[in-house]
Ligand binder design. Sequence first.
Ligand code: SAM
Ligand code: SF4
Length: 344
Amino acid sequence: MPANTHSVTPANNNGLVDAFGRTINYLRVSVTDRCDFRCVYCMAENMSFLPKSEVLTLEELDRLCTAFIEKGVHKLRLTGGEPLVRKNIMGFIRGMSRHLESGALRELAITTNGSQLHRFAEELYDCGVRRINVSLDTLDADKFKHITRWGDLNKVMRGIEAAQKAGLKIKINAVAVKGFNDGEIADLLRWCHSHEYGLTLIETMPMGEIDGDRADQYLPLSQVRQTLSEQFTLEDLSERTGGPARYMLVKETGGKLGFITPMSHNFCEDCNRVRLTCTGQLYMCLGQEGKVDLRAALRNSEGPFALDTAIATAIANKPKGHDFVIDREQTQISVGRHMSMTGG
Ligand code: SAM
Ligand code: SF4
């Protein structure tokens, strides 16, 4: 990718404020829909991926992210699909680091399945990335293979170690899956906190067609909390991130535990984020279908006007909240797109 020299100073920021007075300062970008795993709650084994022509080039992604940073976004998270399998993604990340250097961007983070971390951990740190989320639902190699279908736990563990050695702060994300890891969550918690990794548990969300019934996977975190309370003292923390996570302190380990329960509505009022897919569709809410096509605005016009207008329209139309439902009677999935489109 040619070096992009267009940098932004914090003084340019006017702020993106939606119709409900929420300031949007966090952009999550799915840089690819492709992945080297096929987690059972995320994808069908036989997924068809997007043709290349539909996917934004890295230069286009840079232009879009830079436009958001100019407008006041100060946190960027790269996700996917698996962000680290996109060709030359490190070139893109290095390009984004100029916004960290200028101070316009305060944080550049990444959510990864860890499969490529052993290769990229040091370079990520060198580009200014300081915190990463690694998705890991089990510490058992056979079960890991089962849930990811194609993953190798040893490789991920090597990646996590490399990341810690490089100086990256690590948070483990684990999806709570009924009948799969419910009996293991206490062990996962002890393991994470003994290595100084945070742990955030996620409820399964009804997004995209998968092989199987989601109601079979759904494990309410209220139930997990009750079980953990038999072994740990969980003290609610007041900190908020503008997202669906709620945090608690685990007295016995001294570490933090997060719960992401997007099925409940309790976080929409202070939502500070929007999500960009690798095809340039901007979703204003994870749980709603509403989107604005920024790729068209980018590809069909020369100057910044069309893109600026499209972003302004999107933010003005950010919905108040969402309405996920998983139950056995409901035959329709709530949101048709896969999580790998918007990256979670
Ligand atoms: N491939 C990367 C990874 O796995 O971390 C980034 C993309 S992945 C879509 C982001 C997060 O979404 C992961 O932590 C994954 O476990 C979670 N996820 C995927 N599908 C989900 C679903 N249906 N419900 C809840 N979480 C899901
Ligand atoms: Fe890939 Fe992440 Fe989805 Fe698993 S959760 S299939 S690693 S995108």
